[in-house]
Structure formats: structure tokens, C-alpha cells
Design a protein around this ligand. Structure first.
Ligand code: 5GP
Length: 192
């Protein structure tokens, strides 16, 4: 998505530890029209897949998941994060190591919001090492639901998780894939 690449180049900043800050349009502040454009693009890519639920992790995936859910006309569900592993029986859980916070937390989704009949699209703002996506995949598996694929706004291609998932046969669509980034420059993979 050319508009996303342009916005990253204009507004993104590279922080130490290979973290890209996009707080002005995708995270702390959200560019409403642009978020809806991303939702529409996700719906264009996955509109024929019979998606019944969009699934993400709080907090930074929620806006994009809602936009995709609106465009696909299906509910969006977010996994809640908890530090403790003590979870009640009515939830599906998985452990996730956080790339940005350098700690492990549990994610949980209430069983009433995800079932074996669901065809689930994972949506997130970033794909870095793939831990968040893998946690969500474990929850989908636990629910006996079907994973349709992953729609990611920004994939950090140099961290390898996206290509690993693709090699496993999972459909991963990233609207921008960063091949390399430094303080001075960000370069994108050319997608067909
Ligand atoms: P992963 O689990 O794939 O290693 O990391 C994905 C999660 O970490 C995303 O949900 C996102 O919130 C956060 N994340 C990873 N890399 C970045 C980054 O460069 N910038 C920002 N803002 N968040 C990131």
C-alpha cells in the first residue's frame, strides 16, 4: 500500500532496538481516515474468504481490527493481556513474549466470542518476531476455529517471521514490508 509507505517515510521515526515509531497515525494518535483506508484494503484482500471474526491483541491492534471488521461486516475481537497465568475456565489463553516491552504476558479471549465454526482473520499493526501472531494462532487452534490468514499493517521483513509463516502455508498480507531501516532511511520490499 503505497500510501502507507509514504506515511512511514514522512512521519515514522526509527528508535533504538529496531523499533519504528508511528505514533502520529497508527498508534497513540490514529489518523481516522487512513485507518479506514487500511480496513478497506484488508477487506479487498480477504473479502472472498468467508471471514466471520477479526482477531487482534490489545491495545495497538484494535483500531485496525475494528476498521477491518467494519469493512468486512464482521465483529472484531481483541485478546486481553494479563501478567498472571491464572485464568478462569471461560477463556482461551496463550503466552506471548513482547518484542517492545521485553516481557512475557498471557493473552486471553472469552470462549463466547470465538468458536469452532469461526473463520478468523488475524489483524495487527506490526509483525516483528511473530510472537503476537503465534499466540493468536494458538488461541484459534484452541477454539477449533479456522485461520484464514494474517493482515498486517507493517511487517519488519528483516526479522523473518512473515516469511516463516508464509513458508508454513499461512497467508500473510502485509501492507508495507520493511526490508531494512536505519536512523536515516527505511527501505521497503517491492510487492507484486
Ligand atoms: P512480534 O510479536 O511480531 O515480535 O511483535 C508484534 C507486536 O509488537 C505488535 O503487536 C506491535 O504492537 C509490537 N511491535 C513490534 N515491533 C514494533 C515496532 O517496530 N514499532 C511498534 N510501534 N510496535 C512494534
Amino acid at each position: 500500500m503505497k500510501a502507507l509507505e509514504e506515511k512511514i517515510l514522512r512521519e515514522g521515526t526509527v528508535l533504538p532496538g529496531n523499533v519504528l515509531k508511528v505514533g502520529s497515525f497508527l498508534n497513540q494518535q490514529m489518523d481516522s481516515d487512513f485507518i479506514m483506508e487500511i480496513g478497506k484494503e484488508v477487506a479487498r484482500l480477504f473479502g472472498n474468504e468467508g471471514v466471520t471474526r477479526v482477531l487482534t491483541v490489545e491495545a495497538s491492534g484494535i483500531a485496525l481490527a475494528v476498521a477491518a471488521g467494519i469493512a468486512l461486516h464482521v465483529p472484531s475481537v481483541f485478546a486481553k493481556k494479563h501478567k498472571s497465568a491464572n485464568m478462569p475456565k471461560e477463556v482461551y489463553t496463550a503466552s506471548v513474549y513482547s518484542y517492545t516491552h521485553k516481557e512475557t504476558y498471557e493473552i486471553a479471549v472469552a470462549k463466547e466470542y470465538l468458536g469452532s465454526e469461526d473463520r478468523v482473520l488475524i489483524v495487527d499493526d506490526f509483525l516483528a518476531n511473530g510472537n503476537a501472531v503465534q499466540g493468536l494462532m494458538r488461541i484459534i487452534e484452541e477454539a477449533g476455529a479456522t485461520l484464514v490468514g494474517c493482515a498486517i499493517a507493517i511487517e519488519k521483513g528483516f526479522q523473518g517471521a512473515g516469511d516463516k509463516l508464509r513458508a508454513e502455508g499461512i497467508r500473510v498480507e502485509s501492507l508495507a514490508i520493511i526490508d531494512s531501516m536505519t536512523d536515516e532511511s527505511v527501505s521497503f520490499r517491492v510487492q507484486g
